[in-house]
Design a binder for this molecule. Structure first.
Ligand SMILES: [Zn+2]
Length: 512
């Protein structure tokens, strides 16, 4: 019998608030100068009093509502006492007995709790000297901690959970949740067992991408299986992840459970959630944007899009807005009502395959490309990388293509006035900032308009047939691949301006 992995996740996410959790210092993750966003409160000077940032509380409640969790009626902050250089007060303000949210589900995985706390300062250690530095800009930034029930059983499931939570946090605008920037941090608890009794738990820390989450879990399953099969025990410990070697390594062996001597902070007011107007359930629900699962359903029903496209649009607002805006433009066009489904998928194909690819190419050029696995997750990971480094030069700007312009391009392709290659070329020109008044004029200028005129094409095809009588005979004799040669002759004769599909149609018609 194989060992069954049991995995639980603990995920921290820095909340996107203007100020810190208990003071008015700025919450700015992009501040590069150390110790700029600090004040006597977050530096724990004697005699200072913290106050609760209601926006942070509101954001955690919104996450709770979005996952169908139970919002606490009573909540408070506790002191978690420990001494470390990155924690100026010698305790962290966190929530122990009364988390803001309990229960709820994400991707079918039950959530134990979500609570609110403050982030620690950032320490850096130099390798060449003995010094350590502490930057307190991050000290006191609102931090949400989400704990799942241990009911994840595969590496992929853990990765998918993390990605779905990230999507939810971004949709709610609760956190930017960039893994590489440490705005979202995942810790994995994993044990292997054969029966109902859970095995010894190992914790994996310092995972800064979803791929690292998946790879480290896969590694641990293999490592622990090997040990168990040799009859050796698993050590309860915290392990780190070495991205380059692709292995986990022992960081510290768990001794006694630390005693944090939690007790309610006497300086902060207790919160009776239902009595605070800003936390009113109905108002919060109404202010929430469309959630990922609802959007998935709607995209499937409204546009009959395939799953792959739906996932791309749920993750990529830029592409979705262009797609939906273009379809909306077309909806006003009565002539197309009957062709709506066909045109919608045409729009979607150009957005996902071409607009996105042109944008991607530019991102890749400046970042040296990224490894490939699945197109959807890759698009998401790449986008994340791109967001991190916004200074990279991007000449193909998606904002240059309006729904109206894309509509015009798609309709020219739909009517056969331009080829599909022509449409791709036009999209490239527009994205790269080529000036134009009308798409049709631009297509004409670039020689992309195809001739569809019946009379011209008829004459053209008659000409090909009389000039290639022997080829036509061979074709009739069964060499069907010669049809393509004849179409090619037509394109040559018309200097590329004829519509090849129309030529083909006419050839078949006339040869009989
Ligand atoms: Zn402060």
């Amino acid at each position: 019998m194989k060992y069954i992995p049991t995995i639980g996740l603990e995920i921290h996410a820095e909340l996107k608030t203007t100020t810190k959790m208990f003071c008015n210092s700025k919450n700015d993750p992009d501040e590069k100068r150390p110790n700029i966003n600090i004040c006597p409160i977050c530096m724990a000077h004697p005699g200072t009093l913290p106050t609760i940032n209601k926006d942070a509380v509101k954001k955690v409640i919104q996450v709770g509502l979005a996952i169908d969790g139970t919002i606490a009626d009573y909540s408070e902050f506790d002191r978690k006492n420990y001494f470390y250089p990155d924690i100026p007060k010698a305790y962290q303000l966190s929530q122990y007995e009364f988390p803001l949210v309990s229960g709820g589900k994400i991707n079918g995985v039950a959530i134990t709790r979500i609570h609110l706390e403050e982030d620690t300062a950032r320490s850096s250690h130099t390798t060449h000297e003995d010094d350590s530095y502490v930057d307190f800009n991050r000290a006191g930034v609102p931090l949400m901690e989400l704990v799942t029930e241990p009911e994840i059983h595969t590496a992929e499931q853990a990765g998918a959970f993390g990605r779905e939570l990230q999507l939810l946090l971004r949709t709610l605008k609760v956190s930017d949740a960039h893994m590489q920037k440490g705005e979202m941090r995942v810790e994995v608890n994993i044990s292997l067992s054969k029966g109902n009794q859970l095995g010894t738990k190992v914790e994996i820390k310092n995972l800064n991408s979803f791929r690292a989450v998946e790879r480290s879990i896969a590694f641990e399953i293999e490592r622990q299986t090997e040990l168990l099969e040799k009859g050796e025990g698993i050590v309860q410990e915290t392990r780190g992840w070495d991205e380059n070697k692709g292995i986990t390594f022992s960081q510290r062996v768990k001794e006694e459970a630390a005693d944090y001597r939690y007790f309610p902070d006497p300086d902060l007011p207790k919160m009776k959630i239902s009595e605070i107007p800003e936390f009113d359930r109905e108002i919060l629900l109404q202010s929430m944007p469309e959630l990922p699962n609802a959007k998935r359903e709607r995209l499937k029903n409204e546009f009959a899009l395939p799953d792959g496209a739906v996932e791309i649009y749920v993750h990529d607002t830029e592409l979705y807005d262009l797609f939906a805006g273009t379809v909306n433009e077309i909806k006003g066009d009565d002539a197309l009502t009957g062709d709506m489904h066909k045109v919608t998928s045409l729009v979607s194909n150009y957005v996902i395959n071409n607009v996105s690819a042109l944008r991607q190419e530019n991102a890749d050029e400046s970042e040296g490309g990224a490894g490939s696995e699945s197109p959807v997750t890759d698009a998401i990971d790449d986008k994340e990388d791109k967001d991190v480094d916004q200074n990279t030069q991007n000449t193909a700007d998606i904002r240059r293509i309006t729904p109206k312009a894309l509509k015009d391009i798609v309709l020219l392709a739909h009517s056969g006035d331009i080829s599909s290659n022509g449409a791709v070329e036009l999209i490239g020109l527009v994205l790269n900032g080529t000036h134009f008044d009308e798409i049709r004029t631009l297509a004409d200028e670039k020689g992309l308009l195809q001739d569809n005129d019946e009379e011209t094409l008829n004459a053209l095809v008659e000409g090909i047939l009389s000039e290639n009588e022997d080829v036509v005979e061979e074709y009739k004799g069964g060499k069907t691949q010669l049809l393509q040669f004849l179409v090619g002759q037509g394109m040559k004769k018309s200097k590329g301006s004829a519509n090849p599909a129309k030529i083909k149609e006419l050839l078949i018609q006339k040869i009989g």
